[in-house]
Design a protein around this ligand. Structure first.
Ligand code: GLU
Length: 474
């Protein structure tokens, strides 16, 4: 009889709070999150705040904010490494007792000198293990009483470390390539490689999904797991994201922070969909829901080569999601954007109706707000535009239209359209010859959605006032 053992899938996202939530980090988080959700497991958030110089509370908040906005909800945490120092000490003591770790009192000057000598000999700089207990003893080294040591890992000297990467395949590194890395600094703060192993173990992480900038750290971590007598988690190193020029994605390429995309008017589901497709695919599917993504996501279809960030594709996706978003939701976002521009949408037509009229044409919320502006502030067509469109030919037609609009009893699309037809018939103009100047006057530009719909929404008072002002020769 075979026994099937199922272990709950537990993934984590472990950002260092040294800046905003980068889209690369967000993509890693999204993959970890989706993997946990796909398998009915748990997704854990851990803040790796051991870099005391660079970690900030503002950055912790920015990470939370970005993740919440993207809907990456975590089941456990946030855990903070700096709140776990006693635990790292405990594990260190265990490793020392078992002979897998040892204190090292080498000074910076000594290590610098060692490195220089190795360089001069054409060797790769590495710690030489001089404080390994048996060597220190043989060399007669005496621990100085006035300084605290760092604790180093006693890396195996022989053999090789092998692990199976779920994305990259098997990876093997000779132990001779690895030196005795520092696990705990003299101030009791763990280094990345040590903290990460203790935490991944304590948090029972089954799948370590992270950026492949860490793939060189993994053999060291594997050795530490082994020294602790622990089973290895599975590892999946996700290839990095490149900018359109093929260089690693950075600020030079434009917005790289998740909250910047929020502030620039992208919808979170559009960014999520975009990030999901960066280095992962499901057939030719480009637009899919979050639920579909969770259902389809697997590590086997994560690409081995780096993905290229394409702002145009993100814009296109955002436009797809804007079309599908409810008018009321978009109205809330546009309202905030208009307020930032000093406009109060409460002073004009119902914003949800305005949004419904305009949303097919906008790729982002600010573009939509820009298009909505004409409903809440008198547009300012340029003199050149006025000269181009308000001609001897069009003016009689516009005046005839104004008279007809003034006489309308019901301010609705159909009677407005009828008034336009009558004005065309009486002036002998073609539709564009009347509609374009009309748009320039009421909207400040010759392109708008259907003009009768714009006039209806803008309302009798504003339309008549705008036309009246221009046609009276002001
Ligand atoms: N704190 C590391 C980083 O932000 C986490 C790496 C990992 O997931 O192990 O790069």
């Amino acid at each position: 009889m075979s026994e099937v053992r199922t272990r709950e899938v537990r993934t984590r996202f472990a950002p260092s709070p040294t800046g905003y939530l980068h889209v690369g980090g967000a993509r890693t988080a999204l993959f970890s999150w989706a993997y946990a959700r796909r398998h009915g497991g748990k997704f854990i958030l851990r803040i790796e705040d051991t870099d005391l110089e660079r970690s900030t509370e503002a950055s912790v908040q920015a990470i939370f904010e970005g993740m919440r906005w993207l809907g990456l909800d975590w089941d456990e945490g946030p855990f903070f490494q700096m709140q776990r120092l006693p635990r790292y000490r405990e594990v260190i003591d265990r490793l020392i007792a078992a002979g897998h770790a040892y204190p090292c009192w080498a000074t910076r000057e000594e290590l610098d000198a060692l490195r220089e000598q190795q360089r001069a000999r054409g060797e790769k700089p590495r710690y030489d293990g001089r404080w390994r207990p048996e060597r220190a003893k043989a060399a007669g080294l005496v621990p100085p009483a006035d300084r605290k040591p760092v604790i180093r890992f006693r890396n195996p000297d022989e053999g090789a470390v092998t692990f199976e990467d779920l994305i990259k395949g098997p990876i093997t590194v000779a132990n001779a390539e690895l030196d005795d890395l520092v696990l705990l600094r003299a101030d009791g703060v763990p280094t990345y490689n040590f903290g990460v192993v203790v935490d991944d173990l304590d948090m029972a992480i089954t799948h370590v999904i992270r950026g492949d900038d860490h793939v060189n750290n993994t053999p060291r971590q594997v050795n530490i797991f082994r020294a602790l007598g622990a089973d290895l988690p599975q590892f999946a190193h996700v290839p990095m994201i490149l900018g359109p020029d093929g260089e690693r994605l950075s600020k030079r390429h434009g917005a790289v922070s998740v909250t910047q995309y929020r502030d620039d008017g992208y919808l979170p589901e559009a960014l999520t969909n975009y990030l999901a497709r960066l280095g992962w695919s499901h057939g030719n599917e480009e637009v899919f829901t979050r639920d579909q993504f969770v259902e389809w996501f697997d590590l086997g279809h994560v690409a081995r080569s780096p993905a290229q960030f394409d702002p145009e594709k993100l814009g296109w996706l955002n436009q797809q999601y804007m079309k599908g978003a409810s008018d009321v939701r978009l109205a809330t976002l546009v309202h905030a954007e208009l307020l930032r521009r000093g406009l109060d949408s409460g002073t004009g037509p119902d914003l949800a109706r305005v949004v419904a009229l305009l949303k097919d044409r906008a790729a982002t919320v600010p573009q939509l707000a820009e298009a909505a502006t004409l409903f809440y502030a008198e547009p300012k067509p340029t003199p050149a535009m006025l000269a181009e469109f308000l001609t001897e030919q069009s003016l009689p037609g516009l005046r005839s239209l104004l008279a007809r609009l003034e006489a309308l009893s019901a301010w609705e699309k159909q009677p407005i359209a009828a008034a336009m037809k009558e004005a065309l018939a009486s002036s002998g103009l073609k539709m564009p010859q009347l509609a374009m100047p009309l748009r320039v006057i009421v909207a400040g530009q010759p392109q708008t959605p259907a003009i009768d719909a714009v006039l209806e929404l803008l309302g009798r008072e504003s339309v008549l006032a705008r036309l009246g002002r221009r046609l009276s020769g002001d």
